[in-house]
Design a protein around this ligand. Sequence first.
Ligand code: DAH
Length: 347
Amino acid sequence: MNELDTLLASAQAAFAQAATPADLENAKAQYLGKSGRVTELMKGMAALSVDEKKSRGAAINVLKQGIEAALTARRQALAEAELQAQLKAEALDVSLPGRQRGTGGLHPVSLTQERIEQIFASMGFDVADGPEIESDWHSFTSLNNPPNHPARSMQDTFYVDINGADGIPYNLRPHTSPMQVRFAQAHVKKYAGVSPMPEVRVIAPGRTYRVDSDATHSPMFHQCEGLWLGENVSFKDLKVVVTNFCRTFFESDDLALRFRPSFFPFTEPSAEIDIQFQSGPLSGKWLEVGGSGQVHPQVVRNMGLDPETHIGFAFGMGMDRLTMLRYGVNDLRQFFEGDMRFLSQFR
Ligand code: DAH
């Protein structure tokens, strides 16, 4: 390798080593600057003959072009590297999922309640709401279940530390049945003097409370009460209304219903309502969804109505139970633990 080739190689190596544009400009000065190596070679030509100058000059020019080409290439490489570094630093990872605005949704039991209200409204039922802290008279006595009656022990009730006018503590209503009496009393007031008194046809969904807690019972739970009183309302109507409701609610035309004889102090006769799916995971099993019966004449009297003109039926269904069956949930406590992973599935 001659002297000029060695110089070119050393310039290329020096440029390659320059890690920043500033380093590169320093390296350039060492070769192409005023007192750089190439400039020195030019100066050295002064002593040569004309012929020698020609060939030496041409060789030095080739060298100079080689060095300049190496410089340009390195400049571009450094600029490119800088651009890449900048792009990397400012990178936007478009593969990350966007942040969605959280959309709320109704609680599964609220969805059930809405559905129940819609179905009964389509059958001409009013929807009523009532107090959760209830008087002893409304929760029990008016429903033919006076103090010390053994049927009171069917419900393990929460009591509140405040006495009612009768000296008996208020309770957290253990069922929605007191709404039968409350609604009918308001109805009697509303239609006072109207003859004949219009029918009472109402449902009353809401929260209820009992000292009870396991996979299928929660101390706070939900019921929906139903009441239909008129001149000619019979047990047959009860069966039609409840059957219609259940088949619509579960979207199952072949759902079977069974009215199993039972006892409630406020109805006579009384029946538990059982349903049976004909397909799906619960197929063939009888499942209890509520209680029902013909409203006891004494309860009708307590409402302020005449049991000769207002005859009919009542029922009470567990809304949590209906929700569990509809969505295939097997532990009722999940509804009330507030775990978003569970609840957001119903949005
Ligand atoms: N209140 C009853 C309970 O909680 C359910 C019930 C049964 C309601 C019969 C009714 C009825 O209206 O007629 O167990």
